[in-house]
Ligand binder design. Structure first.
Ligand code: DAH
Length: 333
């Protein structure tokens, strides 16, 4: 028979052994086996308590109280270690999934607007603000639209002025955006206020200020009673908006077959006179070519070189830079 003292010693040993085994555990799965080992139905505590049946009625409650205390101590140890291991597990997971929000990201290069396009955009913004709409025409043209209807007959020296690229079928690559005037007037009735931005082609030797393919913006206004002062006022307002200030302007008499009178305009920009456009009152022959009565309608037209403006506004020294894909140049815009 086991004596009460022996049982008490067994219980105390059990408590010491169990709690230190539990404290030494570092895996949650092992905790469960330890629980079974010490507190399970066939566990060590039950085994010790089996000897209690033979105790006297006085001894039993005393040993029973100790047994309860041992059981509670083991349960508490299990609970405490489970808590510790579980929070360590969460901590480890947080550590593993940690995001460093201060780490710099992968930067995606953002494109920017090409200086030619931003210059086109400025033209459009300004003229749309003045009540104009945007028209377009084909880059492959006929001699009729590029020359004849614009009052440039076959033997006219102005045809040589614009070295033309002819196509084998007799058509040509438009040398200016002026043919859009004709196409638009043919299909619309006055009043007309349009701009026609676009690409033009010339048989030209490429150098710092010349390109074989370049860009123009054409302006056309047709109405009853339009005069040269309307043209002047429009150009003045355009220049003021384009350069952001009131610049001295010079209207020089000039010649274009499709305008009469004609002028070229210089503005004083950073101390230099700068030629910015050709313009004039639409020649009566041009109005007749599209079936308008020049006794009823008058109008003005102008042609701008877009590269010229882009180069002046952005201080670009060589026109060829505008067509290169050199990122060192492009990233400045
Ligand atoms: N078409 C002319 C050129 O390319 C530019 C021009 C001059 C257009 C006078 C016009 C104008 O509309 O009125 O050289």
């Amino acid at each position: 028979m086991t004596s009460p003292n022996e049982i008490e010693t067994q219980l105390t040993n059990l408590k010491t052994e169990a709690t230190s085994a539990i404290a030494a555990t570092d895996a949650l799965d092992d905790l469960e086996s330890l629980r079974v080992k010490y507190l399970g139905k066939k566990g060590q505590l039950s085994q010790v308590l089996r000897g209690m049946g033979k105790l006297s009625a006085e001894e039993r409650p005393k040993i029973g109280a100790i047994a309860n205390e041992v059981k509670e101590a083991i349960q508490n140890a299990l609970e405490a270690t489970r808590n510790t291991l579980e929070s360590a597990k969460i901590q480890a997971r947080l550590e593993a999934e940690r995001l460093d929000v201060t780490m710099s990201g992968v930067s995606r290069p953002l494109g920017s607007i090409h200086p030619l396009n931003s210059t086109f955009d400025r033209f459009t913004e300004i003229f749309v603000g003045l009540g104009y709409t945007v028209a377009e025409g084909p880059e492959m043209e006929t001699e009729y639209y590029n020359f004849e209807a614009l009052n440039i007959p076959a033997d006219h020296p102005a045809r040589d002025m614009q070295d033309t690229l002819y196509l084998s079928d007799g058509n040509l690559l438009r040398t200016h955006t002026s043919p859009v005037q004709i196409r638009y007037m043919e299909s619309h009735e006055p009043p007309i206020r349009i701009i026609a931005p676009g690409r033009v082609y010339r048989r030209d030797t490429v150098d710092a200020t010349h390109a074989a393919v370049f860009h123009q913006v054409e302006v056309l206004a047709i109405d009853k009673g339009l005069t040269f002062s309307d043209l002047k006022g429009t150009i003045q307002e355009f220049v003021r908006q384009m350069f952001g200030e009131e610049l001295p302007m010079l209207f020089r008499a000039s010649y274009f077959p499709f305008t009469e009178p004609s002028a070229e305009v210089d503005v004083k920009w950073k101390g230099k006179w700068l030629e910015v456009l050709g313009c004039g009152m639409v020649d009566p022959n041009v109005l007749k070519a599209v079936g308008y009565d020049p006794e009823v309608y008058t109008g003005f037209a102008a042609g701008f070189g877009v590269e010229r403006f882009a180069m002046v506004l952005h201080e670009i020294d060589d026109i060829r830079r505008l067509y290169s894909s050199d990122l060192r140049f492009l990233q400045q815009f």
